[in-house]
Write a protein that binds this ligand. Structure first.
Ligand code: OAD
Length: 229
């Protein structure tokens, strides 16, 4: 690996777990304590808008209080030596706060809100969103989050980035949500893939190294053993 090589990270909730953010599908994860259709769908929002707004308002406050962890920091530090892209399913901003400069959010961003009619009216979210807060098109403001049943508009960009990877590193995702989970299919055949997860549900293969580790330990090991200074 040298400076011209492109390392693409594909991250999920597991990378932020050690910062204190719950994952979705682990025991006590967000989808164990909340019904997806109530909280993460347009229909749920139409039925109980303030309940949905409060769910994301609380999560936004929580994210503001936590810090990026060593896994986020090591990813950012690799920019000194390689071309690095981060594709994340996470809606927190911990990659950016750790210093990553090239982050693509597939499922939206908690610190932004948008019009509920026109997805192109996006604003920074500086305070909790309430029913009655309006966008410039007079529609109710909603979190800038991709809900189930909605289009993942950034997936094409993510595929293009993945197609140019020399090293593809997956961290802390169950890979079950589509289309994100299929991104692996776009990794070039001659690229190496590494999967770091506490509970990886895949078999190791010629081009696939599996590290059954927490994100921080897995990233430390990866940098020491495979990407040393
Ligand atoms: P999941 O909750 O489905 O999966 C989390 C993964 O992280 C699991 O594979 C865990 O084994 C692993 N994990 C847990 N703690 C870890 C740690 N400390 N270090 C490393 N791995 C750890 O979360 P995602 O795959 O991110 O979408 O979920 C994908 C999407 O489903 C989310 O973006 C969200 C959700 O519904 C939307 O809200 C649109």
């Amino acid at each position: 690996m040298n400076q011209k090589h492109h390392i693409v990270f594909f991250t999920g909730a597991g990378i932020s777990q050690e910062s204190g953010i719950e994952t979705f599908r682990d025991t006590n994860g967000l989808w164990h304590n909340n019904k997806i259709e109530d909280i993460a769908s347009k229909e749920g929002f139409e039925k109980k808008p303030q309940k949905v707004l409060d769910f994301y308002n609380e999560r936004r406050i929580k994210v503001e209080k936590v810090q990026p962890n060593l896994a986020h920091e090591l990813i950012a530090s690799l920019e000194d030596r390689y071309k690095v892209s981060v594709i994340t399913q996470n809606v927190d901003d911990l990659h950016e706060r750790a210093g990553s400069s090239n982050v693509l959010h597939l499922h939206g961003e908690l610190n932004k809100c948008r019009s509920s009619k026109d997805a192109s009216f996006i604003y920074p979210c500086t305070k909790p969103i309430q029913v009655g807060d309006l966008a410039e098109d007079a529609s109710q403001l909603r979190p800038h989050i991709v809900w189930f049943g909605e289009e993942v508009t950034e997936i094409e960009k993510a595929i293009e980035i993945t197609q140019t990877a020399d090293l593809f590193i997956i961290i802390g995702t169950s890979m079950v949500v589509q289309p994100a989970g299929s991104l692996l299919l776009s990794v070039p055949v001659d690229a190496q893939t590494v999967y770091i997860d506490t509970n990886p549900d895949v078999e190791e293969g010629i081009n696939l190294l599996v590290l059954k580790e927490k994100a921080t330990d897995g990233m430390k090991q990866l940098v020491e053993d495979y990407l040393p200074y």
